[in-house]
Design a protein around this ligand. Structure first.
Ligand code: ATP
Length: 463
């Protein structure tokens, strides 16, 4: 299947089957804004829950947080977002379309080479390399200008500079500004980490590729605080986090290792305060390698910035009574981007006896619907009653769906397209013998299972 087509097919499946809808569609839509439909929200919640389970709930050294989206604007001055959260914008001199100069360079000469080009030379370099405007094909550009990605808003009814605030550009800062609260309340010893999942907003110049780059998106971020390391001591926790992240993508989300790569930032690409940074990239159909998450050892930069701007004491007191500012390792995931990679990974078209079967082969535990229950025939009340009984029991343990619409073949097709791992069909034998047919999404094989044993059977499957 051509890769370009694959992405289009995924977008269309998402709309057709209730995963992701274009936002404000009845008003003509809003470009690059998307709404998560009934299956999309289940899938997103399941990915977030798998992440929370692995990185928070099953660890003694992690706690969670849910901080505000609109904060004191000083947070963003301290973090550097107000001053530095800038992309080099260039305008095409012919058609006036506005583009990210750095991204155009990256496409032509690669991320590492592009990172070496200073801001003020981006426009010139584009012309020199004869990089053409994606909108009109011309190759003449303005110089790059800075554009702040933070969304501004006003608190209260009067819009003036005093009331200016920002929608958060990342969830991470909420963690730093609560560092002291968490230390004071949670009695944690170093190393420990804080995790947060939530919305972030960036006024992106070139959003696109479906939900890959949007102005409103969700992040899952961790700040893992460690003692100021002697020499290379940070490398051990850094590598442990890398191993856990790999497990998350592979074991929890079922993303194939061949579709992931860890791209290490070169010295001139990395922030000056970071000692080591990676982008974990996924090989997306249609546009290729794209960042799924960032992973960095950020030293004590962030806490020190907040100490400087707020005057608060954000140090940690060690067992020996000595005070110091902890360093951090930051795994920073995009939830909505990860969801796109999960969809791409799961999407299959299979030839079944001359017909194309579309199936989303999600890892079973993150599928939006785990089990669908069908009565073989809609107009046989005894079958419907039995199927309802089974559905009412199974739905207590996991997300189930009851479906009595159309023939069984059609119902299977629908469940395949939303990635439901198991379908249970109640037929006349079920009434006589007390068993049902369970059909496996991936093998399409069917087996008879006793009704009384269904809960145990599925508990085993979704272990
Ligand atoms: P990019 O280079 O793609 O703009 P970034 O390096 O600015 O991303 P970070 O600031 O490191 O991204 O944010 C951490 C994660 O948040 C990213 O790896 C990505 O998964 C997610 N993310 C960032 N911006 C967006 C966006 N506009 N839409 C969706 N997800 C995003």
């Amino acid at each position: 299947m051509p890769e370009q087509n694959k992405m289009e097919k995924i977008v269309s499946l998402c709309k057709r089957r209730g995963f992701i809808f274009p936002d404000s569609e009845i008003y003509g839509g809003l470009a690059n804004a998307w709404d998560y439909g009934p299956y999309g929200v289940e899938l997103k919640n399941n990915i977030a829950a798998a992440w929370w389970k692995r990185f928070v709930r099953t660890r003694d050294d992690m706690v969670g947080l849910d901080s505000a989206i609109i904060t004191n604007p000083k947070v963003w001055e301290a973090s550097g977002h107000v001053a530095n959260f800038n992309d080099p914008l260039v305008d095409c001199l012919k058609c006036k379309a506005r583009h990210r100069g750095d991204k155009l360079l990256e496409e032509k000469i690669g991320v590492a080479e592009a990172a070496k080009i200073p801001f003020e030379q981006v426009g010139r370099k584009l012309a020199e390399l004869k990089i053409t405007c994606p909108s009109c094909g011309a190759a003449s550009w303005t110089e790059a200008r800075k554009f702040n990605l933070l969304f501004e808003t006003n608190i209260g009814v009067v819009a003036d500079a005093k009331n200016k605030a920002y929608l958060r550009g990342e969830t991470a800062q909420g963690i730093f500004i609560n560092f002291k609260n968490i230390v004071d309340t949670m009695r944690k010893k170093l190393p420990f980490g804080v995790a947060q999942i939530g919305k972030a907003f960036r006024n992106e110049i070139t959003p696109g590729n479906f939900i890959y780059r949007t102005r409103e998106f969700e992040q899952m971020e961790i700040e893992y605080f460690i003692e100021p390391p002697k020499q290379d001591e940070w490398k051990k926790p850094f590598e442990e986090w890398q191993a856990e992240i790999k497990k998350f993508f592979k074991d929890d989300l079922g993303i194939g290792e061949e579709h992931l790569r860890w791209r290490r930032h070169e010295d001139d690409e990395r922030s000056f305060y970071s000692k080591d940074t990676y982008d974990v990239e996924y090989d997306f159909p249609s546009f290729g390698w794209g960042e799924l998450m960032g992973f960095a050892y950020r030293t004590d930069y962030d806490l020190k910035q907040h100490i400087k701007y707020s005057g608060a004491d954000l140090s940690f007191t060690g067992d020996d009574g000595k005070k110091f500012v902890p360093h951090v390792i930051e795994p920073s995931f995009g939830l909505t981007r990860t969801l796109l990679s999960v969809l791409c990974e799961a999407y299959r078209e299979e030839d079944v006896k001359g017909e194309i079967r579309i199936v989303l082969k999600f890892r079973k535990n993150i599928a939006p619907v785990k089990i669908a229950v069908f009565p073989l025939l809609k107009n046989k009340p005894e079958l419907v009653k039995k199927a309802r009984e089974i559905y009412d029991r199974l739905k207590l343990a996991c997300a189930c769906e009851f479906d009595d619409n159309g023939n069984i073949g059609k119902r299977y097709r629908r469940q395949d397209e939303i990635g439901t791992p198991y379908c249970v069909t109640v037929d006349f034998d079920s009434l006589d013998k007390g068993d049902v047919t369970v059909r496996d999404r991936d093998t399409m094989e069917q087996e008879r299972v006793e009704i009384d044993k269904l809960e145990g059977y599925f508990a085993e499957k979704f272990k």
